[in-house]
Design a protein around this ligand. Structure first.
Ligand SMILES: Nc1nc2c(ncn2[C@@H]2O[C@H](COP(=O)(O)OP(=O)(O)OP(=O)(O)O)[C@@H](O)[C@H]2O)c(=O)[nH]1
Ligand SMILES: [Mg+2]
Length: 185
């Protein structure tokens, strides 16, 4: 299905109380207006943000900037909603899996969560949410994984999110080009 490249839907999933809403609020600049008490998300809440993506043209090698509107789908971590995610998979352009550093997910858990969405590895990223202090160290997940903290090092969330967004955008462009090629062949 051909889709507009300037609207990017990123789903934020993971276990309950793992930091999905905290991270989503930070990315959408909502931190100041909301209490930091834990309040479980019901179903899904959609946060909107605008961003500029910088890429290099494959043909002219020139730098180009594109204004994109992003929808962050901050999903509930409750089991009862899990059956809904595969139905929404076709509209998702990117997926962020969040888990708490105190409640780490196994490779099997990670595969199960990512399996609700049929996206490729370039469209996925993992955040290990650290409530207090960020424990550095290499994490061997097959998907790019970053330890992040809203309180301690929020800039790292922004930096890694921007990089991920560019990668998702490039992947969307490539998929669109492939679809167009199939149509015109
Ligand atoms: N700094 C900050 N912390 C928050 C914010 N929202 C939640 N938290 C804290 O972050 C931790 C995780 O909470 P959430 O991010 O709401 O958890 P979640 O993964 O969205 O949980 P579910 O919605 O139930 O699936 C809790 O300890 C909250 O107190 C926020 O806006 N800012
Ligand atoms: Mg939430």
């Amino acid at each position: 299905m051909l889709s507009s490249n300037n609207n990017i839907k990123i789903f934020v999933i993971g276990p309950p109380n793992s930091g999905k809403t905290a991270i989503s609020n930070y990315l959408a600049d909502l931190n100041k207006s909301l209490s930091s008490d834990y309040s479980p998300t019901q179903g899904v809440r959609i946060l909107e943000l605008d961003q500029i993506i910088k890429t290099t043209s494959k043909h002219s090698k020139k730098q180009q900037q594109t204004n994109v509107s992003i929808e962050l789908w901050d999903c509930s971590g409750e089991d009862r909603y899990k059956t809904i995610w595969p139905n929404l998979s076709s509209i998702a352009n990117g997926l962020i899996l969040v888990y708490d550093q105190e409640n780490r997910l196994t490779e099997r858990d990670i595969d199960e969560w990512l399996g609700y969405f049929s996206l490729n590895e370039k469209q996925c990223m993992i955040y290990v949410y650290c409530k207090d202090n960020v424990k550095k160290g290499k994490i061997n997940n097959r998907i790019p994984t970053h330890s992040v903290s809203v309180n301690e090092d929020p800039d790292n969330i922004k930096k890694t999110f921007d990089r991920f967004l560019t990668q998702v955008y490039i992947e969307m462009q490539e998929q669109l080009e492939n679809e167009q090629r199939i149509i015109t062949e």
